[in-house]
Design a protein around this ligand. Sequence first.
Ligand code: FES
Length: 282
Amino acid sequence: MNEIVKREALSKDVFRMEVETPLIARKRKAGQFVILRVGEEGERFPLTIADANAEGGTITLIFQAVGKSTWALSRLKEGDEIHDLVGPLGMPTHVERFGTVVCIGGGIGVAPLHPIVKAMKEGGNRVISIIGSRTKDLLILEEEIRGLSDELLVSTDDGTYGFHGFVTQVLEQVIERGEKIALVVAIGPVPMMRAVCKVTKQHDLPTTVSLNPIMVDGTGMCGGCRVTVGGETRFTCVDGPEFDGHRVDFEELTKRLSVYKKQEAKAMEKYEHECALGDKMK
Ligand code: FES
């Protein structure tokens, strides 16, 4: 169970894994995620299901190795097993025939955007996708998103590929050219989602964001993933991960995401030390 049947690096520090888990592969819908532990002692962390093959019984996970747990996951090889995997969790993306939907992904946020682009297209919408990254080498899933979208626009912060600037500037160009946009979906780092919401608010465009706070149990009991939306406390794992971006308290989310920064850095340091020792003993 939970065997990694395929593993590849998509860019520096970003990996794609196909994991055998037939029940989740059959049941999952766009926008849902799993919570996993790499080993028995490992922490639990969420990853969006980027794609699934119901017949083959596999789901696709795409993640960036940024801390101890994601690095440990990235070191697993084809044939290895993930210790435990729970899902599908969270509310699926609300899909209907909206009209023109602009799907925006920043950095690793392009991975959770992928199933939403697919679902929006299958739901009969015209999809304009905008994806961006800091630099060309960090851009992921360009061809996959292009294949699913009616139009794809790309930006890089440093201008090494596509439009030189931010996804918000590309969005402004799309708005300025007079597109009749029914819905904007934005997934990426918190500052990016916040900036998108600022633009869409000015133009009165409904906007959905997908949040990725710290999660522990994934069942609404620990409170780790709480966010404030429209002045009310909501649990991302059961009420989300998607919320009305114009009502999210991004200020609070930013603070809560940095609460364990010190502990995360320490754990990473210890892990690197253990890995170096392990490599030496081989
Ligand atoms: S992860 Fe515990 S309440 Fe959501």
